[in-house]
Ligand binder design. Sequence first.
Ligand code: M6R
Length: 612
Amino acid sequence: MCGIVGYTGPRQAYPVIIKGLKRLEYRGYDSSGVALLSDGNLKVYKKKGRVTELEEEVIGKNIEANIGIGHTRWATHGEPSDRNAHPHSSASGRLAIIHNGIIENYAQIKQELVKKGYSFTSDTDTEVLLNFIEDIQKNNHNSLEEALRIALKRVSGAYCILLMDQSDPTTIIAARKGSPLVIGIGKGEHFLASDASPIIEYTKEVVYVNDYELAIVKPDELILKNLGNEKITPYITKLDMELAAIEKGGYDHFMIKEIFEQPSTIYDCLRGRLDAEAGTIRMKGVEDNIEQLKNANRIMIIACGTSWHAGLVAEYIIEELCRIPVEVEYASEFRYRNPIVHKGDVIIAISQSGETADTLVALEKAKENGAFIFGIVNAVGSSIARISHAGAYTHAGPEIGVASTKAFTGQLVVLAMMALKIAKEKGTITDARHHALILELADIPEKVDAILKNAKEIEKIGQVYKNASDFLFLGRGYNFPVALEGALKLKEISYIHAEGYPAAEMKHGPIALVDENLPVVFIATKDAYHEKIVSNMQEIKARKGKIISIVTEGDEISPGLSDHYFSIPSADELLAPILTVIPLQLLSYYVGTAKGIDVDKPRNLAKSVTVE
Ligand code: M6R
């Protein structure tokens, strides 16, 4: 959460920073700001709202500078406002800071500073941290770098910070713990950002800064140190990302672009792994650790949000194919309760961003207890990918819309392949079933493409129900987690209250909500539960609820019970969620856009939740 950009080098810093902030706006968009340093003058411009409002704010102002830092905010401490926007300046006006994260003990530090006579112009923890650093520097007469090191040893919480000192015209000092930071290495210039998207058009050589590291960044020098002031050799990696992947490419929104990318992202996820002809799957992370995986007494899956829903689907798949008990945990619950984790327990972490704070901390905790961590992550080089013992990338490419779409289907594909591999090694699947599922997987991109060709039908349904105040999503078996995902997508993107439920459980409460105004979405594809879900549809129909159903092509029963239906190609029930979720993603997109909502940046949300 919160996007951070910095630049030092021969270029004009402002355009680099603004462009970078626009790319990072998915991380937060409550307010934004820049601090620019030239001729010993530190200029800070900031504004509530989107980055475009900041651009308007600076029209006619002096933005000449070769060094600067910029921030786009997702509010934690203090409401979204001009005064709470970053950058913040220190009491003397000499230092400027931007910060992503939360300083948990800021109130105590603030009290100490207030006693010393400090006053504050914002409600933020960040301004407290900055004045704390300046106070240490003033009292101890040490360098900014040294003062920062001392301050960071006192603070608890998460941070990625960038600091500038008006008396040092070329240096940005950065530090991270728990919030991401990438440094791009150019020729005589450096770029700093929360992820690689602001950097990619300038250089592909980057350094991912680790927790408890400090970076002293000048145009032609990058020094990495730990909090003990020891130098660390920067590890330079090459970015495997193209600029086109982070642009809208003619679509109105990233979300719809990402939904429509799914035939190719799923194909990319299968490519090089699945060999349909030979009937084999290659996954190095699984192969290298197969003994551990197949002999696990249980598997725990840890994730948040949509990734947690992928975990629920995986629970059904792994238990069915591998006969290993699976528990799926919300990372935020796991990290604070006292979970039983034994040495050698297998934990699968699922995360699009690889930076979700709750998931990251839950994994650290499990790792301390000796668990084996297998990460299923989309963002290459992210924190979760790096702390995992092994893993598999989803290869969906950068996902920028706040609502997760293509990452979810990528997660399902990786999990299905992983389960098939373990089952094969464990001998819990027949060769015939194994091969049949491999062939089914190979056909998925084409089937997703076929669904997307009929997106207009979903758009019409969206128009009919755009003013509904509530929605119910019902599914059974493998499609129960898809019902949860459909409800989450609709809530996020259209602000309509929605609940996902196991269809049979509906009778135990939610059925009380049903009347002629309630749209009920049934995921009613042909599977072992089909007759049961048809009965559930009858129950809703009897109470005059409006039925929208997702059915298998050729189904002659469910459409007759529905006010609207959408047909999808048939698939093995185990893989059906990869298909059934697509119309639900489209429904949320079309309802959201019909209501005029900025679906890429829905209110109160941020793409990457790097605070707990
Ligand atoms: O990056 P992660 O997969 O760890 O993110 C987890 C959730 O924050 C995320 O899935 C969130 O629920 C999305 N906005 C859902 O669309």
